[in-house]
Structures are given as structure tokens and as C-alpha cells.
Design a protein around this ligand. Structure first.
Ligand SMILES: Nc1ncnc2c1ncn2[C@@H]1O[C@H](COP(=O)(O)OP(=O)(O)OP(=O)(O)O)[C@@H](O)[C@H]1O
Ligand code: NI
Length: 321
């Protein structure tokens, strides 16, 4: 395949807390190619948001420590960029759509004002009329009727689903290379969430932009993505083309996630996989999944499995497959 537009290499990231360093990301490797739709899947707290926020450098910088790793975006290491260059990436190259649309919109400005600002930041040569037309066009693309009226609305005049659509419109109305969607619509009810996912997926195809879809649901990732990374406790434990992952899931954690779909309210992940994400202040030795793993043996406690490639880009980090 061509060079990836995003390559996260061996990223380790710790949070400073009162109890010491919380060692969350433990050597994450992650790639996105041009036009690709990639899923990042795992339970709550496994580090999905941390990984993707680090790409935009929107983590609280004073509270984090990065002992190792690089984040190469279009050939540059994001971790080494100056703030002004990061700003350039945020306004022109990469957009993020958040879980909670209300939090992404400023309550004191109209939708129009906020959309115009984004367009102006990305390209200051446009006339007022061109800017307005771009905003109207984007609102039409997310299937909201009466776009003229929407421009004059404040966020609180719109439903949750409408707000999420506006966030998507804002993300795609100017030319971007990469879109990162962090569980978009999780705050909404399920049918609306579905619509939001489909809308996003369609627009990404239409614009030819790359997508990273963060979700705790393998089912959602299956609907939308070409390739999936499964994350557990700050490690990528399995990666494969979406079809291959469902045809031949290999990591015990992936198997647990697959079984867990109808049992989200139950105690553990599946029949054999109880427990929860470890304490990152004192993460388990060896494979971080070993305390929960039905197949764990002595070696899993002592040695950390690397992700090995079984061919066709199917990688798995487990001694016991
Ligand atoms: N600012 C912070 N300081 C300390 N710990 C943090 C901070 N932000 C996140 N964490 C911790 O990092 C771990 C990973 O969190 P993260 O939000 O990246 O997971 P996630 O996979 O996105 O989960 P979710 O599905 O709940 O969004 C969690 O244990 C979380 O409590
Ligand atoms: Ni998250």
C-alpha cells in the first residue's frame, strides 16, 4: 500500500496523577492510508480517545508525559511541531468530531457565525458571499432542511441529532485530509446514532477523506470501516481488514468483544472474560490482558507479546493463538 497519511509509531503516553504516573498508552502502532476508513475499537477506558487526541495535540500538555513514540502526519512528527504548525493542522488538515456535540459548539454564537469562522480560518481569501454559500452547501450535505434558517440559530435551538449533523458539516465543509470521529452520536438515541454514522460514512466516501472512527462497538466498526484496530489497555492487540477480522478473529480479547454485544449490561465481556480494564498506575506485567484472559499461561505474565503479522495485514499480539 501507499505511504500512510498518519502513522503512530510505538507511542507511549502517561498521565501525571496524584498517585504517580498513569501509564495509559503502552506502545501504540496505528496507520491510516489515504481514503481509508479505520476503526479503533475497545472498551471504555482502554485509551482510544487519548490516542486520537494526541494526534491533534489536544491533551492537557502539562499533565502528560510521552516517554517514547512518534506521530507522523504527512511526513512530519506532530510531537515535534511548534504550536503554530499544530494550529495549521487543526484548521486545515485534520478535523475531529466529538462524542458530545453540544460541547463542541459555542452556546453564545449562532451556527452561522461559528461556521463562517472555521471557513475563514482555513482560507482567508474568500468573500463573505462565498463563505456563506460554503456553509449553506455543507448544511445541505448533512440533510438539514432550511439551511438559511439554521445559520441564525443558536446551538440550544437545535436537537442533539441536528447539532451532531452540524458538527459533521463543520468538519467536512473545508478540504480536510483526515477526519477523526470519537464515538459520534453516543450521546444520542440509537436510531439517530445510526443515521449519524451512515451520514458520516457516506460523506467520507464522497469527499475521499480518510476516517478514524473511535467506537466501543465492533458492530458499528463493521458497518463503517475498511480496517479495524482492536485496543486493550493502551495496546493494539489485533488489527485486520474488517472482513478478515470478522471471518477470523484471533485475539482472546477480540473474541470477548464479539460475544459481548448482547451482554453490554452484564458483569464481564463474555462467558470467559470477566473483570475490567487494569489500574494504569500499576499495569499488569507481560501481556496487559493476562489477568482477564481465559488462555493465559506463565509466559503471558512475564513477557509482552508484540503484534505479529500473519499476512494480509492481519496482526495479533498474543502467544496463545
Ligand atoms: N487528564 C487525565 N488525567 C489522568 N488520567 C486520564 C486523563 N484523561 C484520561 N485519563 C485516563 O486514561 C485512560 C484512557 O482514557 P480514554 O478516554 O483515552 O479511553 P477511551 O478508550 O477513549 O474510553 P471511553 O470509551 O470511555 O471514551 C482512562 O483510565 C482515563 O481515566
Ligand atoms: Ni473515549
Amino acid at each position: 500500500m501507499s505511504n500512510p497519511i498518519l502513522a503512530i509509531n510505538n507511542l507511549r503516553l502517561w498521565y501525571r496523577t496524584y498517585g504517580g504516573y498513569s501509564k495509559v498508552l503502552d506502545g501504540v502502532n496505528f496507520r491510516v492510508h489515504k481514503g481509508e476508513k479505520v476503526g479503533l475499537v475497545g472498551e471504555a477506558g482502554c485509551g482510544k480517545t487519548t490516542t486520537m487526541r494526541s494526534v491533534l495535540r489536544i491533551l492537557p500538555e502539562k499533565q502528560i508525559h510521552i516517554p517514547e513514540g512518534e506521530i507522523i502526519f504527512q511526513g512530519q512528527d506532530i510531537l515535534k511541531l511548534r504550536t503554530t504548525d499544530i494550529q495549521e493542522i487543526r484548521t486545515k488538515k485534520v478535523a475531529m468530531i466529538f462524542q458530545e456535540p453540544a460541547a463542541a459548539l459555542n452556546p453564545v454564537f449562532t451556527i452561522g457565525t461559528q461556521m463562517f469562522d472555521i471557513i475563514r480560518y482555513s482560507d482567508n481569501t474568500k468573500t463573505r458571499e462565498q463563505i456563506k454559500n460554503m456553509a449553506l452547501e455543507a448544511i445541505k450535505e448533512v440533510y438539514i432542511p432550511d439551511p438559511e434558517r439554521i445559520l441564525d440559530c443558536y446551538p440550544n435551538q437545535l436537537s442533539g441529532g441536528m447539532k451532531q449533523r452540524i458538527c459533521i458539516a463543520m468538519a467536512i465543509m473545508t478540504r480536510r485530509e483526515l477526519l477523526i470521529a470519537d464515538e459520534p452520536g453516543t450521546a444520542l438515541d440509537v436510531t439517530i446514532q445510526d443515521q449519524v454514522h451512515r451520514l458520516l460514512s457516506g460523506l467520507v466516501d464522497k469527499k475521499g477523506v480518510s476516517l478514524v472512527m473511535i467506537t466501543h462497538s465492533l458492530g458499528v466498526a463493521r458497518e463503517i470501516t475498511d480496517r479495524i484496530y482492536v485496543m486493550y489497555a493502551g495496546n493494539i492487540v489485533e488489527v485486520a481488514n474488517t472482513k478478515d477480522l470478522f471471518a477470523r478473529p484471533l485475539h482472546p480479547y477480540t473474541l470477548g468483544l464479539m460475544d459481548s454485544v448482547p451482554r453490554l449490561t452484564g458483569g464481564g465481556l463474555s462467558e470467559g472474560i470477566y473483570g475490567r480494564i487494569p489500574n494504569y498506575l500499576q499495569p499488569p506485567t507481560g501481556c496487559r490482558f493476562h489477568p482477564r484472559c481465559p488462555r493465559a499461561v506463565e509466559r503471558c505474565r512475564e513477557e509482552r507479546p508484540v503484534l505479529y503479522d500473519l499476512g494480509d495485514g492481519h496482526g495479533v499480539a498474543c502467544f496463545r493463538i
